[in-house]
Design a protein around this ligand. Structure first.
Ligand code: AMP
Length: 435
């Protein structure tokens, strides 16, 4: 019986977000935009596609993202990549538009899809959405503390219970170079016990061995020297002040000297916020960020420090208990009978002009089907227009929750319905209803 036409399905790891889910997305995106705007951040939108060398230069050649996760292709002889993260594009735009000449400090936030060819699992997708921000032009550490504190606040605001903040400093150029040497020296005698990946990283990117999840690496990592012992005086002063500022703000945090994160560009402050372990398990890193004081210069701009973060929107949605409003429209206009369609269209338009959300039946469905639709859409009020009502210049106004109905003059109905929609929904309890 079935058709033989093969189904075309979405790409593995890339998801449709249907309207039933989108209200929660809007709620979290809106809370994020408001939280950032409260701190003077403005939205920036950069292309989803960038020249491949941008990511190679900004993120680093020996990172997982650049080595194996980018969606890259060539078009018109130009190597292009679907952006795997937002910072490189934002900084490219900052440099390209000479923004450093326009203001001493730039605060930008963004939200949108990112693309990484990872193995899909819960909380890990190939197209996923990030909310992120960059503060460019301020060396911190006050700015770092403010960002971390605001993010913990934002997570609580969207109903992530008790988010855990982890911080570390990986110092700047010289500190990292000295630490890398010490780390390689400490791990080389244990090389044979390390996982294959870590053995390779010993030569390419030894810091990444610290956040290896492979059990074979656990002992070596536990015995490895900690970067905090290698901080230069300037790095240490920055690190100490960051912690003093967080203490003053009352933001609890845990120092995690093994926190290095996946991207090469970081300097000094690094942070991650985890939470909702019961729902996210191993993928409980809700957001991560850090300082990247060298990137503006590396991308051809002046020496300007910066810090940023990105949060995975899908993970925030799994972790958050925000509830989406169930209602799709405020008002449903139900024309019943032969000659009522035009009157229904006009009424619906007038209701919308008053700023209300309104659907009108244009299928000429039965009264029963229309009421079912009004309830399914979560309408507060159904406006019924039969031939008799149209002739008498009235509309039957039915409050769906309270089961109250009355005839209202057509001239008054828009104001009346607006007042009902603005009033609190009556309690479901029959005793309370009515009045
Ligand atoms: P990163 O850009 O790797 O520092 O990641 C920042 C945040 O983005 C992570 O903490 C996750 O919440 C989210 N994220 C990263 N990769 C993925 C992915 N493949 N799928 C879903 N979320 C992701």
């Amino acid at each position: 019986m079935g058709s033989s036409t093969p189904l075309v399905k979405a790409v593995k790891g890339m998801n449709d977000i249907l309207p039933a889910e989108i209200a929660r997305w809007h709620a979290v995106e809106g809370a994020f935009a408001r939280a950032m705007q409260r701190q003077g951040y403005r939205e920036v939108r950069t292309p989803y596609v960038e020249p491949t060398p941008l990511f190679v230069r900004a993120i680093g050649e020996a990172t997982d993202v650049v080595e194996k996760e980018m969606y890259s292709f060539t078009r018109h002889d130009e190597p292009l990549t679907l952006r795997p993260e937002g910072t490189a594009g934002a900084i490219r735009a900052y440099v390209e538009h000479g923004v450093h000449n326009q203001e001493p400090v730039t605060r930008w936030y963004y939200l949108g899809p990112m693309f990484r060819a990872e193995r899909p699992q819960r909380g890990r997708y190939r197209q996923f959405y990030q909310l992120g921000a960059e503060c460019i032009g301020d060396p911190g550490p006050g700015c770092d503390a403010e960002m971390i504190d605001a993010l913990a606040g934002f997570l609580r605001e969207i109903g992530v219970a008790a988010p855990d903040v982890f911080i570390n400093s990986i110092g700047s150029g010289d500190t990292r170079a000295r630490y890398k040497d010490a780390l390689v020296a400490a791990l080389t005698p244990m090389k044979d016990e390390l996982s294959a990946d870590s053995q390779r990283r010993l030569a390419t990117n030894p810091l990444r061995i610290l956040d290896s999840k492979h059990p074979a690496d656990a002992e070596a990592v536990a015995r490895a020297p900690t970067i905090l012992d290698f901080l230069s005086d300037a790095d240490r002063a920055h690190w100490d002040e960051l912690r003093r500022d967080l203490d003053a703000l009352g933001t609890p945090y845990t120092v995690d000297p093994k926190l290095v994160r996946g991207l090469d560009y970081y300097t000094r402050t690094l942070f991650e916020i985890k939470g909702a372990y019961d729902k996210l398990g191993a993928g409980s890193t809700l957001l991560g960020g850090g300082r990247y004081d060298g990137m503006v210069k590396d991308l051809g701009g002046p020496e300007v420090p910066a810090i940023g973060f990105a949060a995975g929107l899908e993970r925030l949605l799994i972790a958050s208990d925000v509830e989406a409003p169930k209602s799709v429209v405020d008002v449903f206009v139900a024309p019943v009978g032969d000659g009522t369609q035009a009157a229904g269209l006009v009424l619906a338009r007038d209701v919308r002009r008053a700023g209300l959300r309104c659907e009108v039946d244009t299928r000429k469905a039965s009264m029963k089907a229309q009421l079912r639709r009004a309830n399914a859409l979560g309408a507060r009020v159904c406006l019924i227009l039969g031939d008799r009502e149209v002739n008498q210049g009235v509309v039957e106004m039915k409050e769906l929750a309270g089961h109250v109905q009355e005839a209202v003059a057509r001239a008054d109905v828009v104001a009346r319905v607006a007042a009902v929609v603005a009033s609190p929904v009556p309690e479901a309890s029959p005793k309370e209803g009515g009045a």
